[in-house]
Design a protein around this ligand. Structure first.
Ligand SMILES: C[S@@+](CC[C@H](N)C(=O)[O-])C[C@H]1O[C@@H](n2cnc3c(N)ncnc32)[C@H](O)[C@@H]1O
Length: 246
């Protein structure tokens, strides 16, 4: 591994975890690029529909405003504090971290001894997230949810909000979140739902590359991956599911 002496505590911790997998990441625009050399079709090069937008520079800028607007209008998308079961030490992984808003919420709620890593496949999103980040406990990585660059069971909590609907192989991505979680750790996933709340109107429209989940689909995926204590909460047009790894 190339030793980087100027890394923040969070990125240094991330490099230790990556070392377990033998990955030698490069720091780029303040985030760790774990996808070099790029496998074919990775890092948004073949993104379609909405994800093509989030993988672009313009999309990352637009997301900043879209997110504020959407979250203001649809209060149900806000992370319910009591819903997150966060470890008080160790590493939390935020999969599909976008601009890092949820990543920072996780860091604030988890306390001073936790490192929170945001992983995303969009370089423009990560560049913005890293630029805005002043918390040494928070770091960002370019990584694919379908092939997370961590060893089995090496993170203490995993969260992912509004991401799985964009990932073509969502089963593989969920399995990866479970794989990297330590036994006893909790996985929390939020997905937009077009079956409830204001977004019901959208269910008649084509998904634009996004998957519309049935109510029991994500809880079923949790159970299929062996997670227990699976709980589901519908909040407006958003479904939250959490479960524990045994
Ligand atoms: C709607 S945004 C949500 C961002 C953030 N989680 C939030 O709640 O504000 C979806 C994010 O998922 C990322 N994403 C989509 N497919 C991904 C994949 N295969 N691996 C990692 N991130 C992905 C996108 O680049 C985008 O930043």
């Amino acid at each position: 591994m190339t030793v980087q002496t100027d890394l923040s505590p969070a990125l240094r911790r991330a490099t230790e975890l990556l070392a377990v997998r033998g990955i030698d990441p490069v720091v780029q625009d303040g985030y760790l690029d774990t996808l070099r050399p790029r496998p074919d079709g990775i890092a948004g090069a073949d993104s379609k529909g909405i994800q093509a937008l989030w993988a672009s520079k313009a999309g990352a800028g637009l997301y900043r405003f879209a997110q504020a607007l959407i979250r203001g209008v649809l209060r149900g998308s806000r992370t319910p504090a009591e819903w997150l079961v966060l470890p008080s030490e160790g590493v939390i992984l935020d999969v599909g971290s976008g601009l890092g808003h949820v990543t920072h919420v996780l860091a604030e709620r988890a306390g001073p001894d936790v490192v929170v890593l945001g992983a995303d496949i969009s370089a423009p999103m990560l560049a913005r997230a890293a630029k805005a980040c002043t918390d040494p406990r928070v770091g960002f990585l370019l990584a694919d949810a379908g092939r997370l660059p961590f060893d089995d069971g090496c993170v203490d909590g995993v969260a992912s909000t509004a991401v799985l609907q964009l990932v073509p192989d969502r089963a593989a991505a969920l399995a990866e979140m479970v794989r990297v979680l330590r036994p006893g750790g909790v996985l929390t996933v939020m997905i937009p739902s077009t079956k409830h709340g204001p977004a019901k109107l959208m269910s008649a429209l084509p998904g634009g590359g996004a998957h519309y989940f049935d109510d029991d689909e994500l809880p079923g995926m949790f159970a299929a991956n062996g997670l227990t204590d699976v709980e589901v909460r519908q909040k407006g047009s958003f479904q939250w599911v959490r479960g524990r790894k045994n």
